[in-house]
Design a protein around this ligand. Sequence first.
Ligand code: BES
Ligand code: MN
Ligand code: MN
Length: 470
Amino acid sequence: MESKLENNKVTMENTIKDYIQTNKNRFLDELFELLRISSVSADPNYKNEVFKTAELVKEKLIAAGADNVKICPTAGFPIVYGEKIIDAKLPTVLVYGHYDVQPADPIELWHSNPFEPIIKDEKIYARGACDDKGQMYMHVKAFEIMMQTNSLPCNIKFMIEGEEEIGSENLAVFVKQNKKKLAADIILISDTGIVANDTPSITVGLRGLSYIEVEVAGPNRDLHSGLYGGAVANPINILCEMIAKLKDEKNHITIPGFYDDVEILSEEERSEMAKVPFSLDEYKQALDLSEVHGEDGYSTNERNSIRPTLDINGIWGGYTGEGAKTVIPAKAYAKISMRLVPYQKSENITKLFKNYFESIAPLSVKVKVTLHHGGEPIVTPSNSFGYKAASKAMETTFGKKPIPVRSGGSIPIVAMFKSELGLDSVLMGFGLDSDAIHSPNEHFGLFNYFKGIETIPYFFKYYAESFAGK
Ligand code: BES
Ligand code: MN
Ligand code: MN
């Protein structure tokens, strides 16, 4: 019995590795086809490309062997759905991913065309290479392998959306309206990362988000800064003063009530976190920084995962063209994001921000605060069947047990999956923080792409086995 199991293990390993080896170039060519379409969801100029990408994802799912593949229209960009139901008695894994990407700007900082993928130094360079086309496509190819080698051990459903980078609002509607169609036992997502290629990890926490835009209005027109300067409020000056008031000298956020619901981690949890391999020197070096910056009393890894933030993402107004123009602008603007942690609530934080921001505005200006999008933070279990299956799968292919880590990023739909579908998500991503997602020269390691494809079938195997043993 023992030896037979061993044999099976060797067979599965060989089967997967051989399949990947034989189809390596095609797996890359197909991903490149996806990467060539500029599916930027935020920019209306790319609308057709986003729709075209959905079509291509549909084709790829069909080619890989999925049934009932459909492009589900929404009020925005469509959701691509597909499934393979082999036996209603077996568990069902719902795979989620996104085919939309961030804008490529600033385009002049790319070393190659963001929508003409190239391989350099063993990495695929393109917008979306890691976030999330590359990682989403690992699932399509892992599914192909399981189909072609007759080894899909449970049911699978795919739900690939086109609006993740703009807040997934229409997906939220779709989820609420299609609870039956989406019935599953677990959600599997590769849209996060690992600590390092020799330090596998599984993400067990994501931050929430409140994204806000503010407008500060002064005089009813741009004014000559000599004739009026010193006598009327300059909206840019005022906006800067107001922003400066949002944090104190210890980098604590000053909005009253902001920290009221923040989860306090135990010393034990914090010391577990501190064990995750991390070099502050390398971190600083990689970003060309002589010093890091953040909330007093917390380490870098705590600041970017278990603590909430407030950041200005953009600020504009007045004259920014060539040369100098002496002007007091009529208006100034900023985009502000707050990353949230359990148990903060996006709607509540947005309200607290609005109240406070309005309260600190001097009478010399008028302030408008509008919400862009929000999302709730989530912590996913690290003792579930799903987590354990992912852990065993990664241990099998990396030769090392992955560590659970909380990430600072956000995937707002994950909290919704829990609240609306009652389903936990397993965040088994394969990216690296250094992959430059959302930045110029985004890339995804060939190692990571193929390691993902190799690991996913083991997740299905171990997950199905844990159910069988129930
Ligand atoms: N895949 C990222 C989120 C991510 C990346 C989480 C790496 C953990 C590790 C996702 O596509 C993303 O960029 N999300 C946005 C939120 C969205 C509402 C715009 C984010 O985190 O800014
Ligand atoms: Mn993503
Ligand atoms: Mn993203």
